[in-house]
Write a protein that binds this ligand. Structure first.
Ligand SMILES: C[S@@+](CC[C@H](N)C(=O)[O-])C[C@H]1O[C@@H](n2cnc3c(N)ncnc32)[C@H](O)[C@@H]1O
Length: 314
């Protein structure tokens, strides 16, 4: 019960902040969010990190350096929020599942370096991130299937304080990691799972993707609704998401596990496709602090991850 009130209070405070962002002029927004916002607290660090992330991304796309296709990099807002989470919670050990070229790795290593404590343990099937990032004193990299590690050691997950998951986005993978990782969690892990709320991973919705920019989100969502309605009409009402052919089912499997077990609290997403008003208000806070010009439409606003905290078994 106490936790419930806690969540409600937190949600009310976010909404208060959001209401103010919607109503008042920019200067007042700055004053308001400036008083206690975490984005304001870390704005200078975030500005540096966003610059470093851009440089890193350019490097990973340089064909003279590598032929790897560095896809699926985390979005600017969710990466910044992940950075804030690590700075605020000062974890000793962070588990990263899925680094590819190291975009998320770079953000997390940087936060831990600033903390002057904590180690990042990365698992990936390929060593590409090592090439782009280089060896670091606060980083241990394993070229291994994390599920193989976890399946033989039920306490594996409890060696970490924060879990970052961005590997395969299938129902099957989520089914496996909820069983061998999340189900074994005995502490209040903070968890970040990427690409949960990306409608465009669902093949039927892919044609609705315009450019993931703010000015087109409404059009993209309207198109998704039309496609889903047509799909159901053509198939006697069968839901597009639950069809057996559905490949992008990680979000479904994970949400279902969390709902059935009650193991999560404080779930949040900065995805405009899942949380439109809220996401736009958060973008406004970023803009106020000169952390991205989302209004003029040059930056993508897709941040398809969720954050939640595992509840401990009583
Ligand atoms: C979407 S990419 C990660 C992108 C990265 N987080 C970023 O921000 O750029 C997915 C990565 O997960 C890795 N992966 C897939 N299955 C895995 C597993 N069972 N264990 C560890 N890594 C896995 C893949 O090798 C791939 O590099």
């Amino acid at each position: 019960m106490a936790r419930f009130i806690d969540v409600l209070r937190w949600w009310a405070s976010v909404n208060d902040q959001a209401q103010v962002v919607r109503r008042v002029p920019w200067k007042e927004i700055y004053e308001f969010t400036g008083a206690r916002g975490l984005v304001r607290k870390y704005r200078v660090e975030l500005r540096n990190e966003l610059k470093a992330a851009k440089e890193f991304s350019t490097r990973t796309k340089d064909p003279s350096r590598s032929t790897i296709k560095c896809v699926g990099q985390i979005g600017q807002v969710e990466a910044s929020m992940l950075y804030i989470l690590l700075r605020e919670t000062q974890p000793k050990a962070v588990l990263e599942i899925g680094a590819l070229c190291g975009s998320s790795t770079r953000w997390m290593l940087s936060a831990l370096r600033r903390n002057k404590k904590g180690t990042l343990f990365t698992y990936d099937l390929h060593p590409f991130a090592l090439d782009f990032i280089g060896e670091q004193s606060n980083w241990k990299f394993f070229v291994k299937d994390v599920l193989q590690e976890a399946v033989h050691d039920s306490n594996f997950v409890n060696r970490f304080d924060v879990l970052f998951i961005d590997a395969l986005h299938t129902n099957k993978f989520a089914d496996s990691y909820t069983r061998v990782l999340l189900a074994n969690s005995k502490k209040s892990h903070s968890v970040f799972v990427h690409d949960i709320f990306s409608p465009f991973q669902i093949p039927e919705f892919k044609a609705c993707q315009i450019d993931l920019r703010r000015q087109n989100v409404h059009k993209e969502i309207a198109c998704i609704h039309d496609v889903a309605a047509k799909y159901a009409d053509d198939r006697g009402g069968r839901d597009i998401l639950y069809s057996p052919q559905q490949m992008a089912g990680e979000g479904l499997a994970l949400s279902s596990w969390l709902a059935r077990t009650g193991r999560s609290q404080r779930m949040i997403s900065f995805s405009p496709y899942a949380n439109l008003d809220f996401a736009f208000r958060i973008l406004a806070i970023f803009e106020v602090h000169h952390l991205g010009d989302f209004l003029t439409g040059q930056r993508q606003v897709n941040n398809p991850s969720i954050f939640f905290q595992m509840t401990k078994y009583a």
